[in-house]
Write a protein of this length. Structure first.
Length: 313
């Protein structure tokens, strides 16, 4: 028997799967991104008029977490070409050659199916259906279509990350109501100023990768105005629960203060020192601050809603 005949058969990429660490598999789920997504899903469940039992509630939360992470894994599989070009994503497991792309795709698909099936068994078909559609929306409609085809990618694609409050509510009640739809609208309108702030200082990466983000296509000045306008709209929509008497004073005051704070950061982005083309002369520091504030904004806004609805029903 020759030396080559004595070697075991290894499928292409299998050696790289063996070399991938647990940390790499977890990185595919985008834990930093999905942490806020999962929190909004938990908030949707917690503000519902009826709660599932603790074991079922934990399973529902796990399904939302795994489903969101699975969509992120499929996103990393599809975007591996542009991730390798952009500085901030080049260290991800696939472009950094720590993991085989096909293995990542299988991982994402299996987790997607498992999370939807388990949520269906643990809660109901409505919650599972919304979770399935959110995964499809992010992985296919946003990642494979919108992201590379239109500067409105974030506006339309923002719906993918806005579904968790509806999933949480549906898991708890088996039905839908006005409040989770308003929570969806808040996250939906929060997404553009959140990501456009990021895109202002990551513009070179997006240009290099050929992604038609708003500052790449329309310019920095146009993007600054859109950040400001969408933040004003977000402030108005965040107060809808107050006008509909779906919450109390704690949420109303919190939404007003947090919203005005967001408007203030957006105004600083708009008035940032710029050259004649709208490019920042301050290394986009206001945009960086606005992006960081936006993360805290959504967390504290939904926390206020939780406190208001749960402690002072």
């Amino acid at each position: 028997m020759s030396a080559s005949q004595s070697l075991p058969h290894v499928e292409p990429g299998f050696d790289r799967l063996q070399g991938a660490t647990l940390r790499d598999w977890l990185a595919l789920l985008k834990p930093r991104v999905i942490s806020l997504v999962v929190f909004t899903g938990v908030a949707g469940m917690a503000v519902a008029p009826t709660w599932p039992s603790v074991p079922l509630g934990l399973i529902d939360m796990l399904c939302i977490c795994v489903g969101a992470g699975a969509a992120g894994a499929i996103n990393m599989w599809y975007d591996r070409d542009i991730d390798a070009i952009m500085k901030r994503t080049s260290v991800r497991p696939i472009p950094d050659s720590r993991m085989d792309a096909d293995g990542a795709l299988i991982y994402g698909v299996v987790l997607s199916l498992a999370s939807v099936a388990l949520l269906w068994l643990a809660s109901n078909a409505l919650a599972a259906g919304i979770l399935a559609f959110s995964i499809f929306f992010y992985a296919v409609i946003y990642t494979m279509w919108l992201k590379r085809s239109t500067p409105q990618n974030i506006v339309i694609g923002g719906a993918a990350g806005a579904f968790p409050p509806m999933i949480g509510w549906a898991a708890a009640t088996g039905s839908m109501s006005v409040l989770p739809v308003v929570m969806f609208a808040i996250v939906f309108l929060w997404t553009p100023p959140h990501f456009w702030s990021l895109s202002l200082y990551a513009c070179k990466d997006y240009t290099k990768a050929g992604i038609p983000m708003l500052p790449v296509v329309k310019g920095a000045r146009h993007t600054r105005w859109n950040v400001f306008i969408y933040t004003l709209i977000l402030l108005a929509v965040s107060l809808v629960p107050s006008f509909l008497h779906l919450c109390g004073l704690i949420y109303t005051v919190s939404a007003t203060v947090l919203g005005l704070g967001f408007v203030g950061f957006a105004l600083r982005v708009l008035l940032d020192k710029q050259d004649e083309t709208g490019v920042s002369l301050t290394a986009d520091k206001p945009a960086r601050y606005a992006f960081r504030y936006s993360l805290a904004y959504l967390f504290f806004l939904f926390s206020a809603l939780l406190i208001d609805r749960v402690l002072f029903p």
